[in-house]
Design a binder for this molecule. Sequence first.
Ligand SMILES: Nc1ncnc2c1ncn2[C@@H]1O[C@H](COP(=O)(O)OP(=O)(O)OP(=O)(O)O)[C@@H](O)[C@H]1O
Ligand SMILES: Nc1ncnc2c1ncn2[C@@H]1O[C@H](COP(=O)(O)OP(=O)(O)OP(=O)(O)O)[C@@H](O)[C@H]1O
Ligand SMILES: [Mg+2]
Ligand SMILES: [Mg+2]
Lengths: 256, 256
Amino acid sequence: MNRAFALANQKGGVGKTTTAISLGAFLAAKGSRVLLVDLDPQANATSGLGFDKWHTRHSTYDLLIGRCGAAEAVLPTNRRGLEILPASPDLAAAEVELASAEDREWRLRDGLQAMSDSYDFALIDCPPSLGLLTLNALAAASDVIIPVQCEYLALEGLSLLLDTVNRVRQGVNADLRVFGIVMTMFDPRTNLSEQVVQEVRQHYPKTIFDTIIPRNIRLSEAPSYGKSILDYDASSRGAASYQALAEEALRRSTLL
Amino acid sequence: MNRAFALANQKGGVGKTTTAISLGAFLAAKGSRVLLVDLDPQANATSGLGFDKWHTRHSTYDLLIGRCGAAEAVLPTNRRGLEILPASPDLAAAEVELASAEDREWRLRDGLQAMSDSYDFALIDCPPSLGLLTLNALAAASDVIIPVQCEYLALEGLSLLLDTVNRVRQGVNADLRVFGIVMTMFDPRTNLSEQVVQEVRQHYPKTIFDTIIPRNIRLSEAPSYGKSILDYDASSRGAASYQALAEEALRRSTLL
Ligand SMILES: Nc1ncnc2c1ncn2[C@@H]1O[C@H](COP(=O)(O)OP(=O)(O)OP(=O)(O)O)[C@@H](O)[C@H]1O
Ligand SMILES: Nc1ncnc2c1ncn2[C@@H]1O[C@H](COP(=O)(O)OP(=O)(O)OP(=O)(O)O)[C@@H](O)[C@H]1O
Ligand SMILES: [Mg+2]
Ligand SMILES: [Mg+2]
């Protein structure tokens, strides 16, 4: 595995799932072997690619509690090069069930270990919280990608998240890096979007991606067809922006 | 207390905080005494009304761990009739700290008991998860208001949330009712919004509010000024829709 990216932000609705699916599709289209790991009990990445979260053979829940290996849970998608480790709703029980396990933060890392030669990239979609599921993702990942909505309320939580990443680096994963902050749902009709981008660019100039994702209706329509934006509407502004992000991510991953 | 509403939905970014602040402001403007309870470690309701979440005297965290009573934590806002029980970032630690306490789900209910004669309504803003903090809100509340974004991914989690409400009703709070589902961020430029509204109206015809909240930039700008939409831009479509929602909620609360 070249890199394993955790898509994390405890603020809800900022584009974690949309970025995980879209980036995964474009990295696969450029020839990389990509594994999408759905670690959110809402299972939006799973259903967003057309899978039925209530009837998966195995899921990330089974992997975390040790009922199966990763290879048994992985499913191919319609996009060559992109596979998914689906979530199921019982993942919500994992936080409570693992709470007293010695190795509770390492379950995902250990589970993915066997797959590391099969993929170039992993993208781990996290729930909107900093609980045990997100900690598992941060312990398993090499890098964190932080989607930040171009809204005032989304700015608030950024420093808390970066503190958490630092704590994880000092604790369970010394190699964890912040790979980039991607600004999402940019709306040119309001000054607020531009102000939020300027604010983040000022505080985190080296971390923020140059690529900014615009608010684009086609991105919110794609999951209802069970497709990534690349397969739903490759000509949309949403698709163009995620293609640019994939190219920027590939450049960064060879530089860092 | 006439009613205590929990604003709950584990899907992130659907408008829980915006609805709690906006509804609170309009209910206060119509003469009700309203307490806004911020139960989210992100403390967006606290900062959205202009308070500094890092320097609150007391917070909902102190209330939950028994360090103070509710009366000591409550702060007045600029809007007469609206007061707030602020959150602070250390609220994130409450889930772990209370995990082994006997009465862990009742902490908020017990803490608010003393205030029940001082207010007509309470609005409890929940984090985007179904963990201990949201359970505390559901145990303390008489009713649940569920904001649902007019987006495909937001539909997915609705049945899971309603299952959770049923379980809470059978467990810690037999009186808990679903007061209403409010559709948020309706965007007339896309068929998707209308499809989602139809879908919810078909499955939950008696629960869905008639009032639909449109996507309106002024709503996303208001928190950066520390004001509710009523005080930021009373003439906006966002303000008009939340005024209508407050009126509909008052009608329902006398009927149910
Ligand atoms: N750039 C965009 N333009 C328009 N809509 C978008 C965009 N990105 C995401 N969306 C839509 O906004 C909503 C929130 O996005 P998404 O679900 O990806 O966020 P999330 O951070 O994964 O949410 P959660 O915190 O619940 O996991 C979804 O309905 C999605 O389809
Ligand atoms: N009707 C609306 N029109 C436009 N923007 C809105 C609307 N309602 C909310 N917003 C904005 O969308 C974002 C998400 O809303 P909000 O923070 O209220 O959701 P939430 O459900 O409380 O999120 P979380 O799950 O993180 O607690 C915020 O930036 C808010 O300002
Ligand atoms: Mg998501
Ligand atoms: Mg909120």
